[in-house]
Design a protein around this ligand. Structure first.
Ligand code: LMR
Length: 362
């Protein structure tokens, strides 16, 4: 009796086992059966495996206008692509410093960078237009220049033969001069001093025009160079002076508003053109939003930075009289014909026209 029951049960058990192993029983192959979830999980999984992960290293603090604009760019790309692209941001030279980020971009080890335009001078001299001291009169003029097909837009196209592509600009404001040696109120005060410059070319000549010398030092090493007095001073925007604490080691700061560090958002052309069209559009839109945001943020924050620097009690802040500013300007303008020839008359004209257009808007 028992034997005949077992004989009857064994095939049933075997068949059930085989059906379960093959995914039988009416459910989806290899999937739990709870209502709707397997499909969602599958899509989630597919999105994860297909997600494009892009790296965006930069050298400044995350809470500067530039740093905030890059974080906004990353957020907006992810939102606009519904997670198809994730942009990982690495601030404060965490991943690459000035010297390595362009190489990393060309090698495909990162996907976006935003160096100050001066740092791409080796690719094209026109990128030093923002370095020309006293060329741009106002933030509004800079904004007009960025968007001008004969200005910023033409400039960014010049990257393409180098395998790169410009997606927009960012900024953190006008540059100021500071020193650990003495107050800088006239060109003569700068004579004989050695300054840190972000790059060579026009910046070297800018300091030469003041009877000074300069040396290029990567951004991440500037504080130490100032502290150890390898250099006597430097120039930078208030966002960087405050967040990098340069004011702690340079007790003399002069508000000169003489030149700019405007940043180009640059990507690798081949990589970018290989992205799906909707992702490319989302990235372009996010770059435009970041551009707009960085300038609004910079205008909003500049005074705050200056106040905080003053409140530190570690630095004397000097405002130039119109005559003192004119003396600096005169010393620099002596180099204009040379710079105009190097950068291109078309870009110089676009900058001057942007100044005029900005005045009309007031
Ligand atoms: C600098 O080197 O001082 C700047 O270009 C850093 C930056 O990106 O603002």
């Amino acid at each position: 009796m028992l034997f005949s029951k077992i004989r009857f049960l064994v095939p049933i058990i075997l068949i059930s086992f085989l059906l379960a192993a093959c995914g039988g029983g009416g459910g989806q192959k290899g999937q739990p059966q709870a209502g709707g979830k397997p499909e969602e999980k599958k899509q989630e999984q597919a999105a994860k495996t297909q997600q494009i992960v892009a790296k965006f290293p930069h050298v400044v603090a995350p809470d500067t206008p530039k740093g905030k604009a890059i974080s906004l760019f990353a957020k907006r790309v992810e939102e606009k692509t519904q997670g198809k692209m994730k942009v990982e941001v690495f601030p404060s030279s965490q991943l690459y410093g000035d010297a390595e980020e362009m190489e990393a971009l060309l090698a495909g080890n990162c996907h976006f960078i935003a160096p100050s335009s001066t740092k791409v001078v080796q690719l094209n001299p026109s990128f030093q237009i923002f370095d020309v001291p006293f060329l741009f009169d106002s933030e509004e003029a800079v904004k007009i220049f960025w968007n001008d097909p004969n200005g910023g837009q033409a400039m960014q196209k010049k990257l393409e033969p180098k395998g790169l592509m410009g997606l927009g600009f960012l900024c953190s404001g006008f540059k100021q001069l500071f020193s650990s040696r003495r107050p800088l109120l006239t060109p003569e005060d700068c004579k004989g001093l050695k300054f840190r410059a972000a790059a060579g070319g026009i910046l070297t000549e800018q300091f030469q025009a003041l009877g000074a010398t300069s040396v290029s030092i990567p951004f991440g090493e500037v504080y130490t160079a100032l502290q150890q007095k390898t250099v006597d001073g430097s120039e930078n925007n208030l966002a960087n002076i405050y967040t990098q604490k340069f004011y702690e080691v340079c007790p003399y700061l002069t508000i000169t508003n003489h030149g700019r560090f405007d940043y180009s958002i640059i990507t690798n052309k081949k990589w970018f053109e290989g992205l799906p069209a909707d992702v490319q559009n989302a990235v372009r839109e996010a770059a435009r939003e970041a551009q707009e945001f960085s300038q609004q943020e910079q205008i909003r924050q500049d005074n705050e930075y200056l106040e905080k620097i003053k409140q530190s009690g570690k630095v004397q802040v000097f405002e130039l009289t119109p005559e003192q500013r004119a003396a600096f300007r005169k010393a620099e303008e002596a180099y204009y014909p040379k710079w105009e020839e190097r950068i291109g008359k078309d870009l110089f004209d676009a900058a001057r026209e942007a100044n005029e257009a900005a005045k009309q808007k007031k």
